[in-house]
Design a protein around this ligand. Structure first.
Ligand SMILES: [Zn+2]
Length: 258
């Protein structure tokens, strides 16, 4: 028996994925995929432990392109609820150090600005849980969240339409902190989305860490929208269009081009 020949049964998970889709889904379908990218990345989950699913063909450059940003997003997504167990606290401290190492100035940028926030949200302050409000509007946080959101948008677009957003495609990103969510400052567009889903393997579900919901244009498969929440810290709204001309009127957010 010739055991050296690769059959569909003994290919690795990555090889099977790349056989089905040989192109990177993150850079317009112009580069060969060489690796498998988890989106959201494992670093966002407790102990880097996440069920299978939402894994995508990627070129090395696209996989590497969000490494630094993900260390920041991993921290921001853990700010609420507060880490409670000693394991979670240790992981949080480690991630804080990694985020600063990869993005010098990060710690200074997010320095707590409690009084400033209370002034900004005014009378709504009483509905908020007591936690330390952070400044997440600085350049490191904004850039990291955007880089992550664009990649997640492209991944979820492929997941739901099985199409790669081409060069010239656009991802429109709106981001929300839990302050926005608690004070009701959320867009009406969220009514479009159904109940959130999460990653799961048997009884292992991570809904309290990550949930997402997608809608798409079934006629063209060239537009989709996604709403994702990360613990009770952050929420992202991403609209993916194959061309800028497809962006519906009245859509707000930062535009990023594939
Ligand atoms: Zn790529």
């Amino acid at each position: 028996m010739n055991t050296s020949k690769a059959s569909p049964d003994n290919l690795t998970h990555t090889q099977r994925m790349l056989a089905a889709q040989p192109l990177c889904i993150f850079c317009g379908g112009t580069a060969r995929a060489t690796t498998r990218e988890h989106m959201p990345s494992r670093v966002l989950f407790d102990g880097k432990h996440r069920p299978r699913g939402l894994e995508f063909p990627s070129c090395q450059a696209c996989q590497d392109s969000t490494r630094k940003a993900e260390t920041v997003f991993a921290v921001l997504s853990r700010f609420y609820p507060d880490p409670t167990t000693s394991t979670q606290r240790a992981e949080f401290s480690k991630l804080m150090r990694a985020a600063e190492r990869h993005n010098p100035g990060f710690h200074a940028e997010i320095d707590t600005d409690q009084v400033g926030h209370l002034h900004r949200i005014g009378n709504d302050a009483h509905v908020l849980p007591s936690w330390n409000f952070l400044n997440v509007g600085g350049p490191i946080c904004t850039g990291s969240v955007s880089a992550f959101a664009v990649k997640l948008g492209l991944a979820l677009h492929y997941e739901i339409t099985h199409r790669i957003a081409p060069k010239g495609g656009v991802v429109v990103v709106a981001r929300f902190s839990n302050v926005d969510a608690f004070t009701g400052d959320m867009p009406d567009a969220l009514a479009l989305f159904g109940e959130g889903q999460t990653l799961e393997m048997g009884k292992f579900r991570v809904a309290e860490q990550f949930e997402y919901s997608s809608v798409y244009a079934a006629d063209t498969m060239s537009m989709s929208a996604h709403y994702a929440t990360f613990r009770m810290s952050m929420a992202l709204l991403m609209l993916v269009c194959h061309s800028e001309a497809d962006i519906p009127e009245g859509v707000h957010g930062d535009r990023f081009y594939v």
